[in-house]
Design a binder for this molecule. Structure first.
Ligand SMILES: Nc1ncnc2c1ncn2[C@@H]1O[C@H](COP(=O)(O)OP(=O)(O)OP(=O)(O)O)[C@@H](O)[C@H]1O
Ligand SMILES: [Mg+2]
Length: 365
C-alpha cells in the first residue's frame, strides 16, 4: 500500500473506533436514529475491504477508481470533523452539567450526549450517510475486489515505543511550545499536585514522536526530578505499568512483587518529588483501572504531570483532563518526512523526477 492508502486505512480505523465507542450514547440523543452510526460503521468496513484493490487500480491509472478514492478520503475527513464536533458538544454538555451541579452533590462523570445534538450536526450526519450510500453504489460499479493483499505482511505488531526521540524531527514548534508551557509553566503549577496532559489524534499523526521530543527536552529534564516512560498499548495492566514506572524511578527490578507492595514503594519513591510520567498509546476506557493506577501519584510534589498519548477521546474523558488535539503536520513537513524515509534526504531537490508523486502523497498524508 502507498503511504496515502496506509493513511486512509488508519483514518478509517480511527473512525470505526470512534463510532463504536459512541454508539450507545447516540441512543440517548433526541432525533438521531441509533442506526445511523451503525450504518456508517458498516459502510466504512465495506470500503476498507476494497482499499488494497482500489490502490492497485489507481496505480495502474484507473481514473474512475482514483476519483472514487479521492471522494472516500474527503468523506472520511468530513466524518472525522463531524465526530470531533460531537465530542466537543459532549464536552460542553459535560462542563455545563458539572457547573450546574450544586456543591455536595455527586458530580456526574460522563454525561455524554445527554443533551440533544445541534440541528446542524444532525443534518450533516444525514448528508454524510447519503454520501456513503452513493460511494458504496459506485464501489459495486467499479468491481473492486475484497482483501486482495495478504495483510499478514502488515501485521499490527509494532515495536513498543521507547523514550528515545526521532533523530530528525520536523515542525510542531507551536505544539511543542504550548505543551512545554503546560508542563513547566508557572501558571499551570500553582496549586495542583498532579495534572494530566492528553495528546490526542489519529494513528500515525505523530503523538508518540512529539511526546518523545518533550520527554527529552532539556527544560523538562531539569524541571522534573523523576521521569518515566511506559509504552502501554493494547493491555492496560495496572500491575505492569506500576512495575515499569517503579523500575525507571528507582532503577531496581521488582519482579514477583504484588500490586500492593509495588504501589507502596512507588508512593514512597515519589513522595515530595516532582515527576513526569508518559503513558504512551493508551486505550483503557475503564475508570476503575485508571484511578487504581493513579493512587501512588498523589504523594508527588506540586507540578507533577502525566502525559498520555491516545487516539481515543473516551480515554481522555476518563482522565477528566482537557485534551490536546494533534492535527496533521504542515505540507512542507510531510514532504520532508516522506523524503527522509524514501530518499534519506529532506527534500526532492536531487530527485526532481519523484517530486510530483512525492508532493501528491504528502498532501494525502
Ligand atoms: N514531527 C515529526 N518529525 C519526524 N518524524 C515524525 C514526526 N511526526 C511523526 N513522525 C514519524 O511518523 C511515524 C508515526 O508517528 P507516531 O508513532 O508518533 O504516531 P502516533 O500518533 O503515535 O501513532 P499511533 O496512534 O499509531 O501510536 C513515526 O515513525 C514517527 O517517527
Ligand atoms: Mg503512538
Amino acid at each position: 500500500m502507498a503511504i496515502g492508502e496506509i493513511f486512509l486505512s488508519s483514518l478509517i480505523q480511527v473512525l470505526l473506533d470512534k463510532l463504536v465507542s459512541m454508539g450507545l450514547d447516540y441512543v440517548q440523543r433526541e432525533g438521531v436514529s441509533p442506526t445511523l452510526p451503525r450504518k456508517c460503521e458498516k459502510m466504512l468496513e465495506t470500503i476498507n475491504e476494497v482499499l488494497d484493490d482500489a490502490e492497485d487500480k489507481q496505480l495502474d491509472g484507473d481514473r474512475l477508481v482514483k476519483r472514487w478514492l479521492d471522494n472516500v478520503r474527503d468523506l472520511a475527513y468530513d466524518l472525522e470533523d463531524l465526530l470531533d464536533e460531537f465530542e466537543i458538544e459532549a464536552a460542553q454538555a459535560k462542563s455545563e452539567a458539572e457547573s450546574s451541579t450544586s456543591k455536595g452533590q455527586l458530580k456526574r462523570k460522563f454525561p455524554f450526549f445527554s443533551q440533544p445534538c445541534s440541528l446542524a450536526s444532525k443534518t450533516k450526519l444525514l448528508e454524510i450517510v447519503d454520501r456513503f450510500e452513493e460511494i458504496i453504489k459506485r464501489k459495486s460499479l467499479l468491481s473492486l475486489r475484497k482483501n486482495v493483499v495478504d495483510r499478514s505482511h502488515y501485521t499490527n505488531e509494532r515495536l513498543p515505543s521507547t523514550s528515545l526521540p526521532e533523530s530528525q524531527f520536523f515542525g510542531r514548534e507551536k505544539e511543542e511550545e504550548h505543551i512545554l508551557e503546560l508542563l513547566t509553566g508557572e501558571a499551570e503549577n500553582g496549586n495542583t499536585t498532579l495534572s494530566i496532559v492528553p495528546i490526542v489524534g489519529m494513528g500515525g499523526i505523530g503523538k508518540t514522536a512529539l511526546a518523545q521530543r518533550l520527554y527529552n527536552d532539556a527544560k523538562v529534564s531539569s524541571y522534573f526530578e523523576k521521569r518515566a516512560w511506559v509504552c502501554v498499548s493494547d493491555v492496560f495492566n495496572v500491575l505492569d505499568i506500576t512495575k515499569t514506572i517503579l523500575r525507571s524511578i528507582t532503577e531496581v527490578s521488582n519482579e514477583g512483587e504484588d500490586l500492593n507492595r509495588l504501589q507502596v514503594k512507588l508512593k514512597d519513591s515519589l513522595s515530595g518529588k516532582k515527576f513526569l510520567v508518559v503513558l504512551d498509546d493508551v486505550w483503557n476506557e475503564n475508570y476503575g483501572q485508571w484511578t487504581a493506577l493513579l493512587k501512588p501519584f498523589e504523594a508527588g510534589a506540586k507540578g507533577s504531570k502525566i502525559i498520555i498519548t491516545t487516539r481515543n477521546y473516551t480515554v481522555v474523558s476518563i482522565t477528566g483532563a482537557s485534551s490536546y488535539p494533534l492535527k496533521e503536520l504542515s505540507l512542507n513537513n510531510c514532504i520532508s518526512l516522506l523524503a527522509l524515509h524514501a530518499l534519506k534526504t529532506t527534500n526532492f531537490e536531487r530527485h526532481l523526477d519523484l517530486e510530483t508523486i512525492g508532493k501528491k502523497n504528502s498532501r494525502k498524508m
